[in-house]
Design a protein around this ligand. Sequence first.
Ligand SMILES: [Zn+2]
Length: 193
Amino acid sequence: MFYPSLLWQMPEGNKRLYLTFDDGPNPEVTPVVLDLLKSYSAHATFFCVGDNVRKYPETYKQVLSHGHLTGNHSYNHLNGWKTSLNTYYENVVSTKQYIDSEWFRPPYGRITPSQIQALKKEFKIVMWSVLSYDFDAETSQEQCINNVVSNLNDGAIIVFHDSRKAVKNMLPALEATLKEGIARGFSFERLDK
Ligand SMILES: [Zn+2]
């Protein structure tokens, strides 16, 4: 499904790339990402799962203290296509107690038109233009790097995952993206900058 009313890509013309990290925070993986971003003076947006923020509040605070933007990714990674409007809405809005942000990314990118209508009054709903497939066990490190590096277009919104499942592919692909992006004159920014 394609929804033109959602945010899929940022404007061109600023030589900027927008890294996003979904499904964290994770106390083993997220700090490694933070150090890597810092070493390239890169900023990013972290779409966090509310239940992970509840479990790992210190890791969440680290993300904020490094100057990154956080967004809401529901309380427990709900699939919008399998969830009623009211349940979905309540789940996302109640997650504000853990994640104070007007940015929301639907887990799996699966959201219904009525869920969009309800949530867009309170959130900027963000999809993506580049998927790394870092979470996919059948994607090799090399392929994952290529998925991103061959798609570094001005204004691209790139999806990685700061999760244990994705870390093996994510770290080399993130480093390659940072190196290549900077070599091509891009800066890496938060979605609100
Ligand atoms: Zn997710």
